[in-house]
Design a protein around this ligand. Structure first.
Ligand code: XMP
Length: 326
């Protein structure tokens, strides 16, 4: 495997032509590295793994085996998009594992944030390992490692919250975007024809909605979280805010408050809207969202999401508050 150091004279990939030249070069390099062997990839649907998948499909087609683990904590439509784009449109060799019940069973009653993260990360590796063991003749493991991962954390994806695969897996690594910065990975993703909604996706934590469904996760609050998040995304996009706000999502706490529904007293969950602007996620400010947009989102969440009777907008910058609530 070649160097993990970005050459000083390497051009910043910021045009379709440069992206295409990079793709051509990597397709050749991957074919040389892999030959007629099979490559395994954990495809989350995030920017990095999606770009690696599209690149490898171009290079080696169905020699790439993608495993998409749905941990039940994906945003609305995300797993469906992975299947649509990679299996249906790109004819990928994709194994889809719906592990929702397994994850939610393990998480039941667990309210400590770090413990929740550990369970999600550990179980993810376990499910992926089980799938890998069912396959035969895999020699290579592809990873969406990008250059900041190498600079910041010894080449381990900092945000994956998972350990590695067991030692008896003796895979050689295929990491075609390891020398690229995020904006370059996006540029390559566009040139590979991936949908903009996938390539321009805002950061999404590995533990997914698990860190936004506060306390012990329950199916009803998880459903309220997923639906309210989808409404927020739709309305931010409609208002032209999707490209202007760095990260935005909803949070559902594990306490209820009193409401009135159809003339009767209700005791339901609140939904908190979190939106931030930042350069590096170390500090963040809260954008001033047009009142009419917030009112529309509030009205839609209250009308369309069962079990919710209150909507709040989080005004807290980082510091003091972190971006996520857990
Ligand atoms: P915080 O909440 O620490 O978040 O201000 C900073 C950025 O990191 C993301 N984040 C995570 N990403 N696994 C991830 O992959 C995690 O456990 C995790 N926690 C926070 C967060 O969404 C924000 O972009």
């Amino acid at each position: 495997m070649s160097s993990n150091i970005r050459p000083a004279d390497m051009k910043r990939i910021n045009t379709p032509e440069l992206a295409q030249a990079f793709i051509d070069e990597q397709v050749k390099a991957v074919r040389e590295q892999v030959g007629d062997k099979k490559v395994l990839l954990a495809l989350s649907g995030g920017v990095d793994s999606s770009v690696v998948a599209a690149l490898l499909i171009k290079a080696i087609g169905r020699q790439l085996v993608c495993v998409h683990v749905n941990h039940g904590l994906m945003r609305k439509g995300e797993s469906e998009q992975v299947i649509e784009v990679f299996q249906n449109q790109m004819d990928a060799n994709l194994i889809y594992v719906d592990a929702t019940d397994r994850f939610l069973a393990l998480l039941a009653g667990v309210d400590e944030p770090e413990q929740k993260r550990k369970i999600i990360g550990g179980e993810f590796i376990k499910v992926f390992e089980e799938e890998a063991r069912k396959l035969e003749g895999i020699d290579f493991l592809a990873q969406g490692t990008i250059y900041p991962d190498i600079l910041e954390s010894d080449g381990v994806k900092a945000h994956h919250n998972v350990g590695g695969l067991p030692d008896d897996f003796d895979f050689q690594l295929v990491e075609p975007v390891r020398l690229l910065f995020k904006d370059e990975v996006r540029c390559v993703g566009h040139a590979l024809g991936l949908p903009a909604s996938m390539v321009e996706r805002q950061p999404f934590p590995g533990p997914g909605l698990g860190v936004r469904c506060l306390g012990a996760i329950t199916r009803d609050r998880l459903a309220a979280l997923r639906e309210s998040d989808a409404i927020l995304r739709e309305e931010f996009a409609a208002a032209g805010l999707a490209d202007r706000v760095w990260q935005f999502f909803t949070v559902v706490p594990d306490f209820r408050s009193t409401g009135v529904r159809d003339g009767k007293r209700a005791f339901d969950w609140p939904v908190i809207i979190r939106a931030v602007n930042t350069l590096d996620a170390m500090t963040a400010t809260v954008p001033e969202i047009d009142w009419a947009v917030l009112k529309k989102i509030t009205a839609r969440i209250l009308a369309e999401v069962p079990g919710v009777c209150r909507v709040l907008y989080d005004l807290t910058p980082k510091p003091m508050g972190t971006i996520e609530w857990e």
